[in-house]
Ligand binder design. Structure first.
Ligand SMILES: [Zn+2]
Length: 260
């Protein structure tokens, strides 16, 4: 068998990421609305005309159509090409950063789940079980078959990820009579624990809490929010999980916690 050229794997991963990003767009739009993922085929939400394959090429079609539907000239959300480009870049990062195929697979599965969950939580303030629960199973499965996270760390991460926010919810309810976190966050943290192990999950939670607090204070200072303003914490958790996934050792070293 002849050797593949060195550019093959990164280019293949990026193209695959663009296509997966296109499918993530379908999930992000349809899943929270309770629509089928396979039927009807892609159509313009404004005029309802089906989108031809050549108008559905990731990123490229949006640029060629200048962000407008070919039929009704209605605007297409820039979220579509941005999600595709971001997913392509995350797949490229996985191809470069991960030393073996199973590790790269682990990275792209988690990154894809995080892209979908981050945007759904941002728009709808929900984290669908249809993504988080299979996510827990996938994370544990990848640990069983020899992924980067040892099985014991993944198992402890899942249990701790689910119980820590549950404890926060109970304490909040007892102290203030309000929900500090949603049950969606419980399942998301269990999923992140399954993928990143308990250390990675705790690091993710700390980063997300810090980022959430900074954004919250920023909104109050900018006069765009108050202490009651609800922020999509799942979006912060997903963004933090991607940072920990690709730079976990560096982040941990920065906080002098040693190797995660
Ligand atoms: Zn249209």
């Amino acid at each position: 068998m002849s050797e593949l050229p060195p550019w093959f794997f990164p280019v293949f991963a990026t193209l695959l990421g663009l296509v997966v990003g296109s499918f993530l767009n379908v999930i992000i739009h349809r899943l929270p609305r309770g629509e089928s993922l396979s039927y009807p085929p892609s159509h313009c939400p404004r005029c309802g005309v089906a989108i031809c394959w050549y108008d559905n090429v990731p990123v490229l079609s949006y640029l060629l159509l200048r962000g407008r539907c070919r039929h009704c000239q209605g605007p297409i959300s820039p979220r579509y090409p941005l999600v595709e480009a971001a997913t392509g870049l995350l797949f490229l990062a996985a191809a470069f950063k991960m030393p073996q195929l199973l590790w790269a697979l682990h990275a792209v599965v988690l990154a894809s789940l995080c892209v979908a969950l981050a945007l759904i939580d941002l728009e709808h303030m929900i984290l669908p079980d249809a993504l988080t629960l299979p996510g827990v199973a996938l994370g544990l499965l990848l640990a069983v078959v020899g992924g980067p996270t040892p099985l014991l760390h993944a198992a402890i991460g899942t249990v701790l990820g689910a119980s820590l926010p549950l404890a926060i919810i109970w304490v909040y309810r007892w102290l203030r009579g309000v929900e500090g976190m949603g049950l969606g966050d419980v399942k998301l943290l269990a999923m992140l624990g399954a993928f990143l192990g308990w250390q990675g999950m705790l690091l993710t939670l700390a980063l997300a809490a810090l980022a959430g607090a900074l954004v919250g204070v920023g909104l109050i200072v900018a006069g765009k929010g108050s202490r009651q303003t609800e922020l999509p914490f799942g979006t912060f958790l997903c963004a933090a999980a991607v940072v920990v996934l690709f730079g976990g050792e560096k982040v941990a070293a920065f906080w002098s916690w040693g190797q995660p």
